[in-house]
Design a protein around this ligand. Structure first.
Ligand SMILES: Nc1ncnc2c1ncn2[C@@H]1O[C@H](COP(=O)(O)OP(=O)(O)O)[C@@H](O)[C@H]1O
Ligand SMILES: [Mg+2]
Length: 278
């Protein structure tokens, strides 16, 4: 992985340099499901109020089954909340410039790594409000991102020919390729080995700061949440409600050594207590 690629790839002409992230507003959001077997109502989320500033990095933690994935799906517009309202920027739903990195890489199996990463750019290149980008420029930018996530040399491989961790790297590169104004990530690094996870945490931080992308990052790793986020939102057990929101004051991007600082350790302990007492 080449750290020096980060700024270049983040700045490369996707039309978003300097535009930055969207504001996100959740007002009294609730989600009820009907359970498939019993037909009974299950309240997954209740009364979620949250305002995320443009460019802010939010981590969401909470016990398993508390509705973290559901919350991301609601923000993404994949599911409609049964209560409350969600606004991304000026619109009521996530825009075309929302990037997703979910737990399972969701690459197109019939496209190579390069063509998966280029997919969003190819779509955008056709929109009338954007200057037509040449295939070569798209390819070059996709290659920059592939290098950024450490997949150089695997451009022409198909998803089934690479490991799960590599698929997740490609997934991240694809999400970044559209220069998202909102990046939604659901435990994206949980399947990676510790060293790869650390590398991608560092790259993600740099990219998110450089592009000022608003990021909502779900993780069950409390240390990861405190390391990466401006604020950590702790949800209660089901139904998920906002238990507490903690601010991590040290500016991003943070050096690895932040993880041995007093601030980090105090915050991590506080979050741990909150998660384990819900
Ligand atoms: N489509 C669905 N239909 C019914 N129940 C669901 C659906 N999606 C999620 N749930 C339920 O909502 C709750 C929260 O799930 P989820 O958001 O996946 O939690 P988390 O990601 O925090 O582990 C769980 O009890 C889950 O079974
Ligand atoms: Mg989940």
């Amino acid at each position: 992985m080449r750290a020096d690629m980060t700024a270049e790839a983040a700045r490369t002409d996707t039309g978003a340099a300097g535009q930055g992230g969207a504001r996100l507003l959740l007002s009294d959001v609730g989600m009820d499901f009907t359970q498939p077997a019993s037909g009974q109502k299950l309240t997954a989320l209740e009364g979620i109020d949250l305002e995320v500033r443009p460019g802010e990095f939010i981590a969401i933690v909470g016990p398993s089954g508390c509705g973290k994935t559901t919350l991301l799906r609601l923000i993404a517009g994949m599911t409609v909340p049964t209560a409350g309202a969600i606004a991304v920027g000026d619109s009521a739903a996530a825009s075309a410039r929302t990037g997703f990195v979910f737990q399972q890489a969701s690459l197109y199996p019939w496209r190579t790594v390069l063509r998966n990463v280029a997919f969003g750019m190819e779509l955008r290149a056709r929109t009338p409000d954007r200057r037509q980008r040449s295939r070569r420029a798209v390819r070059r930018h996709a290659q920059d991102l592939i290098r950024l996530v450490g997949l150089e040399g695997f451009e022409d491989y198909y998803p089934h020919q690479i490991s799960g961790g590599m698929q997740q790297r490609a997934n991240l590169a694809r999400a970044l390729a559209i220069a998202p104004e909102l990046l939604l990530m659901d435990e994206p690094f949980s399947a990676l080995d510790a060293q790869t996870r650390e590398e991608l945490q560092i790259e993600l931080q740099r990219i998110a700061v450089q592009t000022n992308t608003t990021t909502v990052f779900v993780t069950h790793d409390i240390g990861e949440a405190v390391y990466l986020a401006d604020r950590v939102v702790v949800l209660t057990g089901r139904p998920g409600r906002v238990r507490e929101v903690l601010t991590c004051p040290t500016p991003r991007p943070r050096p690895l050594a932040y993880q041995v600082s007093d601030e980090f350790m105090a915050l991590r302990n506080t979050v741990w207590e909150l998660v384990h007492s819900t």
